[in-house]
Design a protein around this ligand. Sequence first.
Ligand code: ADP
Length: 886
Amino acid sequence: MATYTPMIQQYLTIKADYEDAFLFFRLGDFYEMFFEDAVKASQELEITLTSRDGGGSERIPMCGVPYHSATNYIDRLIERGYKVAICEQVEDPKSAKGVVKREVVQVISPGTLMEQAGLEEKENNYICSVTQFEDSTYGLAFSDLSTGENSVTIISGSWDEVIAEIYVQEAKEIVVDSDFSAEHLQKLQERKAITISFESQTSSLENFESLIGNIQQEKLVQTFSRLIHYLVRTQKRSLDHLQPVQFYQINEFMKIDLFSKRNLELTETIRTKGKKGSLLWLLDQTVTAMGGRLLKQWVDRPLLNPQHIENRLNMVETLMNQFFEREELRELLKEVYDLERLAGRVAFGNVNARDLIQLKKSLQKVPGIQEVVSRLDHPYAHELAGKIDRCEELETLLENGLKDNPPLSVKEGDIIKDGYHHQLDQYRDASKHGKSWIAALEQREREKTGIKSLKIGYNRVFGYYIEVTKANLALLPEGMYERKQTLANAERFVTPELKEKEALILEAEEKIVQLEYDLFLHLREEVKAFIPRLQALAKIVSELDVLQCFAKISEERHYRKPSFSEDGKIVIQNGRHPVVEKVMNSQEYVPNDCYMDNDRSILLITGPNMSGKSTYMRQVALTAVLAQIGCFVPADEAVMPIFDQIFTRIGAADDLVSGQSTFMVEMLETKNAVTKATQSSLILLDEIGRGTSTYDGMALAQAIIEYVHEHIGCKTLFSTHYHELTVLEEELSSVKNVHVSAVEKNGKVVFLHKIKEGAADKSYGIHVAELAELPAPLIERARVILDKLEQQGEEPVHDLDIPLQREESQPETAAASQLIPQQVTQENQLSFFDFHEQKTTQTVEPALSKREKTILHQLKDLDILEMTPLEALNKMYELQKQLKKK
Ligand code: ADP
């Protein structure tokens, strides 16, 4: 190090404390990065890598970004999960002796974003600290620095449960002890990238004790303190906006694990990972950013407490009944600014005068909101109205202090109103007088000289001047004014008097700007005192916003108020999938009923592909979610139990991206369901076993149904294309068959999307192939094959006493033969080639062309049992097209 220049030495000393962050090292108008940071940043940000001499034997890699556009680059790094330490010059370079003093003033990381750019308006941005205790419990503390919300919980369970909770809250960053289990961290990052940070201090911090309030448990205090230590260490500024810590228990809410949340597309779609097309997207009729965030929290966490659910539902009902009040409320809410994030920025010192004007305008709407809410005919509405704090003093303060259209910058003046501060008024007077004196001077000098075009002007370099055109110069007595500047066709002059006035004006203006800035800072400090009150107001505003949103959507989409059963009964009449219905146009959507109770707890749904099986299953789950978040539901009538958890296995090839094989994901999701579900849970299993060989898959599917039936007894919707499973209805008392109907209309299969009792008739593949006009002999042949397969399978054994586990040594087919048609063995396999070789008795056109033979070869090679009817249809269509070619 000794050979490096003093500046590089300073860099290295600072960098040593921020190993895990890009160090943005301020050098004049640039933030520079050196060494490895520079190499990596130049790749990540696609900026030029250069080098500089740093005193060592080799040149030092270097890259930099301009100070004024740094935020863009910082945002890009944060988005990719990195951290950035901002290192500023903390003394005036002019007065510095030796190297300018520099310090890190803030570390920006994915979990500590404060500025709008990297933050989604309608999403929280959580950072989470986790402490593992010796008794295998985990303390979790969550904080959203941008809004100041803090919460803590204890999980006494496996690390998987902790991961689930971190996923549910979508924390962007996790803070753990430096010796935290690396294995745990790796597991956490397997399915979703999350930034990891370390903080070992857990002692409670004096300034933050008031936040902990009534949290008694030492474990939680430690966990929260770890988070605070991290925030204090990295943010290095006021955290006055942090709100008192809320304790919650994960079992207060319906549990929906990460897989299921994704499968049900609650907050983002599977395909695009975006909000559009999700349940949240459909529901989001909130008009404030705060309401948007609360809506997402509610969707993420359906309630279990019937009283709380009823409370929300009743408010929604009231808002539906009182249309005018609702619309009025909605209009008023539209004008309310993001008070929570504003409060955070006030604490951080990041607000400008325009923000405060927005705050004032928001506060001016509050009396109206209070009034309209008190007109709502519901006790809870009155309670909310009573709790609304108008923060009138703050409104008056802002009204008196700030001009209505202040500039963006707080350092250029024009912010503070006249009459607010005596000294400021005096400076303004002085400036104004000076200016009017100058204006009068123009008139006087014109008269004196008789030059009509004489004018007084101002520019930044020369200040005030008298301008006379060249043509009129002759009229000017020599030596009357002092010559200042010569232009192409004019001369500019000054007089001692003009200079004097100018000095007065400029001095006054300088003082005005400085005083306005000081007054603004003072005002901002005063606003700080209102932060807790603003946060309390924000809570009520956001709740009202979500409730009006539920009412609006329920009215628009004709949702009905659900009621809740205590005996586990589900009655849904004319239920719809909320998102599919919206996307496809209500008239085309076919509503469906669902009836389930404890004697009819497993529905086995059969029907052709694309007929609507998974839509039906999701619709039941989404109805449950909507009911438990307190929204009306898309049905004519809905009676639902309160589900404690929802598990799903839906969708075919949707997880290829995550690197896990589809079948593995399928099994993981199923494991999750069967090991964690209780009798009060809802399980959706779609086409289980499809990802493996037919017999394997079918065996698993049956075993899963049996397991759920025997050991869990929860409401389960199970769709399958294994028609053979429908006989389970006879064996298992609570299993019932339903199917999605399809008919043939004008030579086409038409999916009616209607759920009906009983099992589907099975031969869709051939039926569809026939409709696709495959050659008659081919269809005929397929029927023969099918008949034969079915005959062989006439004696399936369904004996629950015979365990399905097969001996290791047994061949795969032995176990499968318990429940499915005998596998076609080598001896009795029907020779497809008979067809082609014309050794069979089937009627076949005698002379086949070469192309036809090739097509038949292709047909022969198809593994039909591994294909879905749709794939078969496509293949047949393609083959037929080739056959028809002339
Ligand atoms: P499956 O699970 O049987 O393969 P899906 O549930 O994926 O079928 O449904 C396939 C498509 O059918 C959906 O994308 C939707 O367009 C349509 N669909 C499903 N259910 C209905 C319904 N009830 N009314 C109208 N169209 C529906």
